[in-house]
Each structure stands twice: as structure tokens, then as C-alpha cells.
Design a protein around this ligand. Structure first.
Ligand SMILES: Nc1ncnc2c1ncn2[C@@H]1O[C@H](COP(=O)(O)OP(=O)(O)O)[C@@H](O)[C@H]1O
Ligand SMILES: [Mg+2]
Length: 108
């Protein structure tokens, strides 16, 4: 019997996602082929060593940066190919992002 997740459309569907920074001898392969599905109501922990690409992945899912290759679908829409205007609308209407270093401390 198919499980509930396989019968529903994922909110995010990621296939072969790569992100490289820099070029030539200074190239950094931050993501080298990520596959991922996220479903409504799900709770996902992204765990890995410092520098393993967690922030890079979240920046792509959050529409803050664009992939080097691969597909990044948000519902029926190819987020990975979106231009800046579409990404701005996506960030405004579709996604919330709490930054790691968001300043929540009270003044000293
Ligand atoms: N803007 C950037 N320019 C160049 N290299 C970067 C940039 N952002 C991240 N990197 C590199 O990409 C790799 C993954 O980084 P990052 O996604 O921040 O990992 P994590 O969040 O898991 O610590 C690291 O090698 C990091 O140095
Ligand atoms: Mg990080």
C-alpha cells in the first residue's frame, strides 16, 4: 500500500541540485547532487558538519540564491529557474525564513 507521502504532491521536490561558488582553482562544490522531498505538515532536520552545505541548501529553498544545476520545484513551479522578480514575489508570498544570526537579543 502506498504511504501517505507518496500519494501527495510534495511542497518541495529537489533533484540533482548542485551549487558551486567561485571558479577555476578556487571552485567550491557546496552541493553536489541533492535529492529531497518536503511534504506539508512535515518537519525536517538538516544535520551536518560545518561547511557541509546546510545554509547553501536553505538559501536555495528560501529563494535567496539560485542553483548551479538541478531542479528545485516549489509546488507546481520551477523555483530554480526563477528570475529576481519572481524570487522576490516567492519570498514575499510563499516562504518564511528565520536566520541563524537574526538579532533577537535585548540591548545590553
Ligand atoms: N558565498 C560563498 N562563496 C564562496 N564559498 C561559499 C559561500 N558560501 C558558502 N561557501 C562554501 O560552501 C561550503 C558550504 O557552506 P555552507 O552552506 O555555509 O555550509 P554549512 O551551512 O553546512 O556550514 C563551504 O565550503 C563554504 O565555505
Ligand atoms: Mg550554515
Amino acid at each position: 500500500m502506498p504511504n501517505a507521502a507518496s500519494t501527495r504532491q510534495p511542497v518541495f521536490q529537489v533533484r540533482g541540485l548542485t551549487k558551486t561558488y567561485g571558479e577555476g582553482g578556487a571552485i567550491v562544490r557546496a552541493l553536489a547532487g541533492v535529492d529531497l522531498e518536503c511534504y506539508a505538515g512535515g518537519f525536517i532536520v538538516v544535520l551536518g558538519a560545518s561547511g557541509s552545505g546546510k545554509s547553501t541548501l536553505l538559501n536555495l529553498l528560501g529563494g535567496l540564491d539560485t542553483p548551479t544545476s538541478g531542479t528545485l520545484r516549489y509546488r507546481d513551479w520551477e523555483l530554480g529557474a526563477a528570475d529576481e522578480d519572481a524570487l522576490t514575489r516567492y519570498r514575499r508570498d510563499c516562504v518564511g525564513f528565520v536566520f541563524q544570526f537574526y538579532n533577537l537579543s535585548s540591548p545590553a
